[in-house]
Design a binder for this molecule. Structure first.
Ligand code: 9MR
Length: 378
């Protein structure tokens, strides 16, 4: 090939590449790697989101687009919970959970299984006999083992880790008096970890809970993790749910808990991150309600005022910076839902509110602090 031909070929290639670029631009696609949470912070920790069954089924394609662009991990919001996946003894319904794991695999997303043993959203049959009386310790152990083994083995090698036990400790540090505790005592927790490990020795295993900044709860979870480790059980991380508000918890208290958990030798995961922008409902308030109460508790039905939005974004950013600061032991940060419209917070603790707790708004746009984080270079 003489120089003349090489020049012609390279000009042709350049023209071809320009065409591709222009075509891509015309099609609204990007030609340089897009700056998203995943592309900018994905080397620090997994960036996850909870997904609902509607999204996984492709009924909300804009949400799916956000998930694919910004997140590297997913967790099912509800479909792996006992009442959904194991509604009756001997009958499982794996359809939604299978779909989520398939979706994740196709998109290269890491899956967390949520959750194996939890007092809430527990199938009604699970801890009682056919007369509605509590089953014996032996029967409950058998049921737990069968349930855990079935789920963990089914997704072996596809689910990276499991929330093995969820919300077993109360805010005062005592054990929750759940049916599991009433029948088996504290022993149900190590048993759950043992059964999960036997079913998939490679799966990571987590203890997951909320309000983890409260000192009494922090101390009790530290003791629990230490005791599991002393018993030779696998426990990889403590999941801090991080359902926070504008006025709780103190970020220093949250950091103290992160450090306390990490000091036991496990990782920390921020597993269910959201922050209500609405007034905190006092635990003593009568949420059974009056119209006036509901209106006072739902002050921004159309949009957040700028001042509230700014405060919300600043506080969320401070938490994300805290997670980055401890990226040596924070292995995953997961938002509890994709957009504000999807969030459970719209209905809790007062039903029918319009809340703004997540990283993407109702129009699937990143919140200002997410946009700013994505645009920054270190
Ligand atoms: O977001 C979930 C919501 O759709 C369910 O109705 C609710 C039922 O309890 O559970 C929500 O998720 C919870 C999670 O599984 C465990 N931690 C607390 C979460 C918020 O309640």
């Amino acid at each position: 090939m003489d120089n003349h031909i090489i020049l012609k070929v390279s000009r042709g290639m350049a023209a071809f590449m320009t065409c591709i670029t222009l075509a891509a631009c015309a099609a609204g696609t990007v030609t340089t790697p897009e700056r998203t949470l995943k592309t900018v912070y994905g080397d620090k920790f997994l960036i996850g989101t909870a997904m609902n069954a509607r999204q996984v089924a492709g009924e909300d394609s804009a949400a799916v687009e956000v998930v694919k662009r910004h997140f590297s991990a997913v967790v099912p919001e509800n479909c792996m919970k006992c009442e959904n996946i194991h509604p009756e003894e001997g009958r499982y319904d794996f359809r939604d959970a299978d779909a989520l794991v398939d979706f994740a695999e196709a998109g290269g997303l890491t899956v967390t299984g949520h959750c194996l043993i939890w007092h809430s959203q527990l199938a009604p049959w699970f801890t009682v006999d056919d007369k509605g009386q509590p089953v014996s310790a032996e029967v409950l152990k058998e049921r737990m083992k069968e349930h855990i083994t079935t789920l963990v083995s089914r997704y072996k090698g596809r689910v990276k880790g499991w929330d093995v036990v969820n919300e077993a400790i109360m805010d005062d540090g005592s054990y929750r008096k759940s049916p599991f505790y009433e029948i088996l005592g504290e022993e149900y927790i190590p048993l759950a970890f043992q059964y999960a490990h036997e079913a998939d020795p490679d799966a990571e295993l987590y203890y997951n809970d909320y309000s983890m900044s409260i000192p009494a709860k922090r101390d009790a979870v530290v003791k629990l993790v230490q005791s599991l480790k002393e018993q030779g059980l696998r426990v990889d991380a403590v999941g801090m749910q991080a359902h926070i508000g504008m006025d709780y918890p103190g970020i220093d208290d949250f950091e103290q808990s992160m450090l306390a958990f990490a000091a036991t030798g496990v990782n920390v995961m921020i597993t269910e991150w959201d922050m209500s922008a609405l007034p905190t409902v006092s635990r003593t308030a009568d949420v059974s309600d009056t119209v006036a109460f509901r209106e006072a508790m739902n002050p921004y039905p159309d949009a957040l005022p700028d001042s509230v939005s700014e405060a919300w974004n600043a506080r969320m950013r401070s938490f994300f910076e805290l997670f980055l600061k401890h990226a040596d032991f924070v292995t995953r940060v997961t938002a509890w839902g994709v957009t504000d419209g999807d969030s459970w917070k719209n209905d809790f603790p007062v039903p029918g509110r319009t809340d703004y707790p997540l990283l993407f708004d109702r129009d699937y746009q990143p919140k200002p602090f997410v946009q700013a984080l994505c645009n920054e270079t270190e």
